[in-house]
Design a protein around this ligand. Structure first.
Ligand SMILES: *Cc1c(COP(=O)(O)O)cnc(C)c1O
Length: 418
C-alpha cells in the first residue's frame, strides 16, 4: 500500500510529497482502498458465520472513514453518544450500531434507544437499572448484552488490557447468572446477547481461545436458564504489525478459531475490530524541522508531536518511521532520537532508532497511524488539530481541515467582568 515509485513514497496512487506540499504538515493520510480491503478481509475470514462486523469508531471517527465502511454495509461499535451520532450521520442505520462503554449517561442511553441501536452492552447492575428507567420513560424495550469480565490476560500493554479482574470493565463471571436473572425481571429490558472484549493489540491467539471458550460456555448456560440470547459479541482487539518483525495472528486463523467455538451455537456473532481495519490504512505525514546533536545523541525534531499522535507517549508504542524520499540502498545509517516540538520529554516518537541520514526539511511518515491517532489528538501547546486527508486511487480529499489559530482562540470567551 505504501510503495516507492521513482524514489518517492506513494499511498495508493498519490505521492505523499504532493499532500505535504499542498496541505502542509503534519497531516494524517488514509487510504480508502486499504480501509475497504481490511473490512472485506474480515468478511472473508468470517464467511459462513451469521455475523456482523462493527467497526470500533473510537479507533478512527472521521465521517469520511465511517462513510467508507458504512457504504460496504459495516456495523459500528460506539462508546459514547457522540459516536452514535457520528455513525448515524455517516449513514449507518441504528440496527447496525452496538453501544458499549463502562459509564453511559442517561442522555446517552436515551439517544441509543431512540436510534434503535441493535444492542446496548451493559457493564453493571446499576447501569441496567438506569437503562430500564430510561426505556420505561420512552415506552421502549432495551436490548442488552451484559459484558463479562472473563479474567483473561490478553498479554498486551497494561493500558490496553481490559479483560482482567483488576480492570474496570465488565462484570465478573461469578455474578453473570444473577445479573441476567435480575435483568430478565425488569419490565423494559430484553436480555438478547452476551458480550466481552479482553483488550487491544493482541498478538497471540491463546487469550482469544480462552475468551471464546468462556463466552460460549456462558452463552449456553444462560440460554439453558431461559434467556432468549440472539447475539454473541466477542469484541475487537486483533493486533497489527507495528514493527517489521511483529507476527500477529492472521485473520484466517482468527476466523477459524472463532468458528471452531461457535459452531454449535445458533446465534449471530458480532466482532468489533478497530485497529485492524484503520491502523495500517493511515500514516502521519510530517516534516523534519531540525536535526541537532546532543550529548552523544542525534535528535531529529519533527513538526508532528505527541498532541498529533499520542500512542508513543501514552503506551511507549513503536511506529515505523520512513523517509518519503527513498534512501539509496547503500546509504549509511545513524541512530536518532526522533522527537516532536512539544514541551514534554514524553514527546518522543523513537529512541536510538537506526535510520538513513535525516536532514532538515525531509518529509517522513509515521506508519500504521490510522487507528488511535487522529482521534486522540489535542491542541496542547495551541497546536492546531491535525488535518486529515482520504485517498482514493490517484486523488485525495481533505476530510478534516486544519483549524486556524484564530478559530482556536475564538472558542474561548473572556468574561465581561475581566
Ligand atoms: C476499543 C474497543 C474495541 C476495538 O479494539 P481494537 O483493538 O481497536 O480492535 C472493541 N470493542 C470495545 C468494547 C472496545 O472498547
Amino acid at each position: 500500500m505504501l510503495t516507492y515509485k521513482n524514489g518517492d513514497l506513494y499511498l495508493e496512487e498519490v505521492a505523499l510529497r504532493r499532500i505535504g506540499d499542498e496541505v502542509g504538515t503534519p497531516v494524517y493520510a488514509y487510504s480508502s482502498g486499504a480501509l475497504k480491503r481490511h473490512y472485506q478481509e474480515f468478511q472473508t475470514a468470517l464467511h459462513g458465520l451469521d455475523h456482523m462486523i462493527c467497526f470500533a469508531i473510537k479507533a478512527n471517527s472521521n465521517q469520511a472513514v465511517l462513510k467508507c465502511l458504512a457504504d460496504l454495509g459495516s456495523g459500528f461499535d460506539a462508546v459514547s453518544g457522540g459516536e452514535i451520532s457520528r455513525a448515524l450521520h455517516a449513514g449507518a442505520p441504528g440496527h447496525k450500531i452496538v453501544f458499549a462503554g463502562v459509564g453511559k449517561t442517561k442522555d446517552e442511553l436515551r439517544l441509543a434507544l431512540e436510534a434503535e441501536v441493535c444492542q446496548i452492552n451493559v457493564e453493571s447492575e446499576p447501569e441496567i437499572t438506569s437503562l430500564n428507567e430510561v426505556a420505561q420513560s420512552l415506552d421502549l424495550q432495551a436490548p442488552i448484552a451484559v459484558r463479562v469480565n472473563p479474567d483473561i490476560d490478553a498479554k498486551t500493554h497494561e493500558k490496553i488490557s481490559t479483560g482482567k479482574s483488576e480492570n474496570k470493565f465488565g462484570v465478573p463471571i461469578s455474578r453473570i447468572r444473577d445479573i441476567y436473572r435480575h435483568a430478565s425481571h425488569l419490565s423494559h429490558i430484553k436480555t438478547t446477547g452476551l458480550a466481552l472484549h479482553i483488550g487491544s493489540q493482541l498478538t497471540d491467539l491463546a487469550p482469544y481461545r480462552d475468551a471464546f471458550r468462556t463466552a460460549c460456555d456462558l452463552f449456553k448456560m444462560l440460554r439453558g436458564e431461559g434467556h432468549p440470547l440472539k447475539r454473541l459479541d466477542v469484541g475487537g482487539g486483533l493486533g497489527i504489525p507495528y514493527k517489521s518483525d511483529d507476527t500477529p495472528p492472521s485473520l484466517a486463523e482468527y476466523g477459524a478459531l472463532l468458528k471452531e467455538f461457535v459452531a454449535d451455537i445458533d446465534c449471530q456473532i458480532i466482532i468489533e475490530p478497530g485497529r485492524h481495519i484503520a491502523g495500517p490504512a493511515g500514516v502521519l505525514l510530517t516534516r523534519v524541522l531540525y536535526v541537532k546533536s546532543g550529548n552523544g545523541r542525534e535528535f531529529a525534531i519533527l513538526d508532528a508531536a505527541m498532541n498529533d499522535l499520542l500512542r508513543p507517549a501514552l503506551y511507549d508504542a513503536y511506529h515505523r518511521i520512513t523517509h518519503v524520499s527513498q534512501p539509496s540502498l547503500n546509504e549509511k545509517k545513524r541512530l536518532y532520537d526522533i522527537v516532536g516540538p512539544v514541551c514534554e520529554s514524553a514527546d518522543t516518537f523513537a529512541v536510538h532508532r537506526s535510520m538513513p541520514i535525516i536532514k532538515p526539511n525531509d518529509l517522513m511518515v509515521i506508519e500504521a497511524a490510522g487507528a488511535y491517532g487522529s482521534v486522540m489528538a489535542s491542541e496542547y501547546n495551541t497546536r492546531p488539530l491535525t488535518p486529515e486527508v482520504l485517498i482514493q486511487s490517484d486523488a485525495y480529499s481533505i476530510v478534516r481541515k486544519r483549524p486556524s489559530i484564530d478559530e482556536i482562540i475564538s472558542r474561548d470567551r473572556i468574561p465581561s467582568w475581566l
